[in-house]
Ligand binder design. Structure first.
Ligand SMILES: NC(=O)c1ccc[n+]([C@@H]2O[C@H](COP(=O)([O-])OP(=O)(O)OC[C@H]3O[C@@H](n4cnc5c(N)ncnc54)[C@H](OP(=O)(O)O)[C@@H]3O)[C@@H](O)[C@H]2O)c1
Length: 307
């Protein structure tokens, strides 16, 4: 099969398009013929060595995908060859930038016909992350106010829509060029972080969801009301230490399971969440897609059309 991969000789900075052996389904696994895979910020962080050395070379990046089941391992009873599925690789596993992947059947979900492979791949990890952060961790409620940092990104764009669906008032931050996009996703108030300091114009929030990191994360505590909750997914594996003792600082534990993927499907089906803006690339252009992702100003998602 073809894959976008990192070779030892090229070093971690170099993503090449090459041949790899086809994967085989182990017990409890399926092989999925991938039709689409998406780019996530984690991918260039792994590639650039931020998460430590590669487990082994050649190394195939990629965390979410959509495709067709082409082989079943032992003990797989709830999926069959030909099923359209989408999913996110298990924690510690990657390899979606490829024509095939072997993955635990229990952590993929059926893709409805009404959602394309490209859209399902775009939604999988961002949807899972936003659901775990906003519903499971922040436990956002109707009538509450939330500040979502980095609204034009994939995770935050899903979170804006989810928070509106829950019935919250949604404030978000983005460059001016992305304000119409965020109005379209339902944001109530959009702050141009290039011209306004959000801490000067936002206060008394019940919750913050930060997808930007660094000083944006740390400054976010200032907008919370006493008793407020903040969740962080761009500040590493632990939540930042709050500079005040009357708020909660939370690091969502984004696991992998089928029910969260089915919840994404349900939210799309009822019209609560629409697919983010998508820019398509062939898998052979993975290096170019990474240059866009790591510049950190893309709107929505980058998706590889694999076949
Ligand atoms: N399991 C997990 O914990 C998990 C899962 C998924 C993602 N993540 C993390 O979540 C973060 C977000 O990922 P993503 O893929 O959704 O988006 P992303 O590609 O990292 O973010 C791109 C967006 O960030 C916005 N942005 C950049 N600087 C900003 C600032 N100072 N203030 C407000 N917005 C700013 C840009 O909008 P403008 O052009 O308008 O600036 C752009 O739309 C990443 O750090 C990623 O690693 C964690």
């Amino acid at each position: 099969m073809k894959a976008a991969l990192i070779e030892k000789s090229g070093g971690p900075e170099v993503l090449v398009y090459g041949d790899m052996p086809d994967p085989v389904a182990g017990p409890g696994e399926v092989v999925v013929d991938i039709h689409a895979a998406s780019v996530n910020a984690a991918d260039w962080k792994v590639r650039s060595g931020d998460y430590g050395p590669m487990a082994a070379y050649p190394y195939i990046l990629g965390r979410d995908f959509s495709g067709i089941v082409s082989a079943l391992g032992a003990d797989v009873v709830d999926l069959k060859v030909g099923d359209a599925v989408f999913g996110v690789c298990d924690v510690g596993q990657e390899g979606a930038y490829a024509e095939k992947i072997a993955i635990k059947a229990a952590i993929v979900a059926r893709k409805p016909e009404s959602v394309s492979h490209v859209d399902a791949a775009a939604l999988a990890l961002i949807g899972l992350t936003a659901l775990v952060a906003v519903e499971d961790t922040l436990r956002l409620k109707s009538g509450e106010t939330i500040l979502i940092q980095g609204g034009a990104g994939g995770v935050a764009g899903f979170a804006v829509q989810l928070a509106k669906h829950i019935g919250a008032r949604v404030i978000t931050t983005a460059s001016a060029a992305n304000h119409d996009y965020l109005s379209g996703l339902g944001a109530d108030e959009i702050i141009d972080y290039n011209t306004q300091d959000f801490t000067a114009v936002v206060s008394d929030c019940d919750a913050v969801f930060d997808t930007v990191g660094d000083d944006v994360a740390v400054k976010s505590f200032a907008v919370l009301k006493p008793g407020g909750r903040a969740a962080f997914v761009a500040s590493g594996g632990t939540a930042p230490e709050p500079p005040r003792d009357d708020v909660q600082s939370l690091r969502p534990q984004v696991g992998r399971d089928r029910p969260h993927l089915e919840r994404i499907v349900e939210l799309v089906a009822v019209g609560a969440v629409r697919v983010p803006e998508i820019t398509l690339y062939p898998l052979s252009e993975a290096a170019a897609a990474h240059r866009v992702s790591e510049a950190r100003h893309l709107r929505g998602k980058l998706v590889f059309e694999v076949r």
